[in-house]
Ligand binder design. Structure first.
Ligand SMILES: Nc1ncnc2c1ncn2[C@@H]1O[C@H](COP(=O)(O)OP(=O)(O)OP(=O)(O)O)[C@@H](O)[C@H]1O
Ligand SMILES: [Mg+2]
Length: 208
């Protein structure tokens, strides 16, 4: 695995974001050897994974979420220090996948600016350090997913959106037909245009 796995999963309430996110976690767990940071503001979506092997942090309230994201940022910096000391350009440490079940929670509080700074830097530089963000959002607008984060997301998983503008913000165009439950428009660097894919198979498409 040497790809870039930063992924944005966006869709209205009940469109299947958490379902899709959990299928990705299941695929990573069955592959083995990965590490995870789970940010679960709703407290029930990722709770089932908190004791899994490789889970470095599970955070479900304001303070623990802040600590977990600072931990991720500092881990990235320390991996870069190690890489420089060892004259490596890519880390040989295990991949760390940071799942955020709902971005709006992070973007509403007083720490928004700091979160945007840390997360955009992780999306920019994390690949070499093998640290990847998988972000879920109900709302695909600039105030919840700033362009500096959106533009660094390698993979977009676009479930059902509220209006055509949201598809354009995510995919660059409105595909015309809305995806039904269980389907998403997925856009990865291996695709010329968004493809409609079963949400169960999103990780396969990202890893293609
Ligand atoms: N591919 C699928 N196959 C079968 N059921 C699905 C699929 N995707 C989602 N569902 C079901 O649809 C419902 C809503 O899915 P989910 O909770 O993932 O949506 P969500 O976008 O995370 O919602 P919320 O915005 O409330 O967090 C759940 O009951 C889930 O099991
Ligand atoms: Mg959900």
């Amino acid at each position: 695995m040497n790809g870039s796995y930063n992924t944005l999963i966006a869709g209205v309430i009940g469109s299947g974001k958490s379902f899709c996110e959990k299928r990705i976690i299941d695929a990573l767990i069955s592959q083995g050897g990965n590490m995870y940071v789970l940010i679960d503001p709703k407290k029930v979506e990722l709770h089932q994974y908190r004791n899994n092997v490789g889970v470095l942090q599970y955070a479900d309230d304001e303070e623990s979420i802040y600590e977990a994201l600072c931990f991720v940022y500092e881990l990235m910096q320390s991996r870069f220090d190690d890489m420089r000391a060892n004259e490596q350009t890519v880390s040989t440490e295990p991949h760390v996948f940071v799942f955020v079940d709902e971005m709006a929670f992070l973007m509403q509080g007083s720490r928004k600016k700091e979160y945007v700074r840390m997360m955009s830097q992780v999306t920019l530089m994390g690949r070499a350090a093998r640290i990847h963000l998988i972000l879920c959002t109900q709302v695909a607008t600039q105030d919840v997913i700033p362009a500096c984060i959106r533009d660094n997301m390698t993979n977009i998983v676009c479930l059902r959106q509220r209006d055509a503008g949201k598809y354009r913000y995510l995919l660059g165009s409105f595909p015309g037909k809305l995806p039904m439950i269980g389907k998403a428009y997925v856009y990865t660097p291996m695709m010329c245009e968004p493809e409609k894919i079963d949400t169960e198979k999103v990780w396969e498409a990202i890893n293609r």
